[in-house]
Design a binder for this molecule. Structure first.
Ligand SMILES: C[S@@+](CC[C@H](N)C(=O)[O-])C[C@H]1O[C@@H](n2cnc3c(N)ncnc32)[C@H](O)[C@@H]1O
Length: 520
């Protein structure tokens, strides 16, 4: 297979990758194993071997008698193991030489990633050198609070005797910075029966070279084996830069830029950041009090202007209003349907309909309604209609901000289809719609599910999204069979479609000409 990308260098981006040939939406670009993977600074105690959270109990590794690992039957077999032989040897020697107390490791789980990176310097010299070449912005970090924080990491690493005198003074600072600037968020393994998992950080040496754009042209997934796979989310022409979005596309420009400035040390100047309307979504805009129909956006540090009637407003006044809406969202009970509805009603009088705070509240509300619809024996039509409405409001925004393939869009379309089909059945069973209306509704649901599947099919099978894809394929089979049944005058199709047949259909029609999880 010829190379899909090549590495370039520019003054603005540093190293970055471009397409080495024309790439089609849905085509895989690269797959990457983690150079290092581990807990974030604020992760609670996890097993050093499999990264499952250690709720209250743990044992120490029998060989080195230092690192905390899963008690009972030990780590589940299917999970990748991270407490390697060389690490175990290192700790065993350390224990003999310095009598290290296992509690030291328990208390310093946040330093594990740095420790594991430094341990690589003697066992995987090539990757270690590649890691050291990653952008660090060390000069900008010097003297800041993050530098101070990393001094503690330095003291800890030094106390373990991992650094010899010939070592660069700033090595630990460099490692911490390379991790901060280049790591991806990785979902840790879910706790059996509970489902929750820790958020880990992983450095992927190939994927780290991707530059950022707030409207990316890639789709990234990390499977249960921690392998990162990157696909083109839109068609990419030979020579075009391959971009990944380092931030949340559903946040407004000010928040995204702040995140990039503080965490990645650059000011984003992409098309979306330069457009006050944010690709026509008005995601950071408020309602104009003068004309009552237009939206106002921040055109300079001092002024907000209405796109419709040109009325002007003081920035400080509008920023205060937006902050007030944001503060309210922070304090309401986001698991309560009524509180969310009330919040949406109130801030809709102040903010543009697609403002990111409204979208946030609507996503949460859709999540509550999904859970209620799925758990109640007789969910109401009102609930279903509201969930459909919320999904339909979210989709056009996603279409503008994340063209073609996008995980949130796939999940939203899946949720939309499920409720459309459920509502149609309820109405048909209650004789509120006739057979042909029922058929039409199911066909509309099928269109949504098909679009969702076209995106879900690139998700790795061994990931939660891959599991959703398997479920969606099964739903698609059932839906197609119901539609055929209805078309044949409610007689069952003689040979119902099988899942394999459906998969084959998707392989043939997979054109991808349509477009961290939708429901919060
Ligand atoms: C994950 S690294 C990417 C690899 C890096 N360019 C290198 O040479 O190692 C992130 C860094 O790349 C640069 N970068 C990425 N996207 C950028 C963008 N859109 N504008 C400016 N700098 C960008 C910034 O220096 C940022 O901190």
């Amino acid at each position: 297979m010829s190379a899909k990308y090549e590495v370039k260098v520019s003054e603005r981006l540093g190293r970055y990758i471009v397409a080495a040939k024309d790439l089609k939406a849905g085509e895989s670009i690269l797959s990457d194993n983690p150079f290092i993977l581990g807990p974030s600074n604020d992760t609670s105690l996890v097993c050093y071997n499999c990264y499952l959270p250690l709720m209250s109990k743990f044992v120490v590794c029998k060989l080195c008698t230092v690192v905390p690992i899963c008690p009972g039957d030990g780590c589940p077999q299917n999970l990748p193991k991270w407490h390697t032989e060389y690490e175990c040897d290192f700790f065993r020697t350390l224990k003999l030489k310095r009598a290290v107390n296992p509690m030291t490791m328990v208390q310093n789980v946040g330093f594990l990633l740095v420790l594991r990176a430094i341990l690589k310097k003697d066992v995987d010299k090539t990757s270690w050198q590649e890691f050291l070449q990653l952008e660090t912005h060390l000069n900008v970090r010097k003297g800041t609070s993050v530098w101070e924080y990393c001094e503690n990491t330095y003291k800890f690493i030094q106390s373990l005797g991992l650094l010899d005198n010939s070592e660069d003074d700033n090595l630990v600072q460099k490692v911490c910075a390379a991790i901060d600037v280049n790591s991806f968020e990785v979902r840790g393994p879910p706790v059996p029966a509970i489902g929750c998992s820790e958020i880990l950080r992983g450095v992927y040496l190939k994927a780290a070279l991707m530059a950022h754009d707030c409207v990316a042209n890639t789709h990234i997934a990390i499977n249960d084996g921690n392998v990162l796979v990157c696909h083109a989310s839109t068609d990419i022409k030979k020579g075009e830069t391959i971009y990944y979005n380092y931030t949340d596309p559903l946040k407004g420009t000010a928040i995204r830029q702040q995140h990039l400035l503080v965490g990645k040390y650059f000011k984003c100047t992409c098309k979306r950041c330069q457009d006050v309307t944010e690709m026509g979504t008005y995601m950071s805009s408020a309602l104009c009090l003068a004309c009552k129909t237009g939206y106002i956006s921040e055109i300079s540090n001092e002024k907000w202007t209405c796109h419709s009637c040109d009325s002007e407003y003081e920035s400080s006044e509008i920023r205060r209003k937006v902050q007030c809406c944001s503060d309210k969202l922070a304090v309401i009970n986001k698991k309560d349907e009524k509180e969310l509805e009330e919040y949406i009603k109130n801030i809709s009088l102040v903010l543009a309909p697609n403002h990111y705070l409204l979208l946030d509240a609507k996503q949460r509300l859709a999540g509550i309604l999904r859970d209620a619809i799925n758990s109640q024996p007789r969910p109401t039509k009102k609930m279903m209609r509201r969930k459909i409405e919320l999904c339909k409001e979210l989709l056009p925004v996603l279409e503008k901000l994340t063209p073609k393939i996008c995980r949130i869009k796939a999940i939203t379309l899946y949720e939309l289809h499920a409720t459309m089909a459920q509502l149609a059945k309820k109405l048909f069973d209650g004789r509120e719609i006739n057979g042909s209306q029922y058929l039409e509704e199911l066909q509309n649901a099928e269109k949504c599910l098909k679009k969702s599947l076209e995106m879900l099919l690139i998700e790795p099978r061994n990931s939660p999204e891959g599991e959703l894809c398997a479920k969606a394929l099964e739903d698609y089979r059932e839906l197609k069979n119901s539609i055929s049944g209805l078309m044949l005058g409610y007689t069952l199709r003689a040979t119902p479609l099988l899942t394999e047949e459906i998969k084959a259909q998707f392989r043939l029609t997979k054109t991808f000409n349509v477009g961290n999880m939708f429901l919060k």
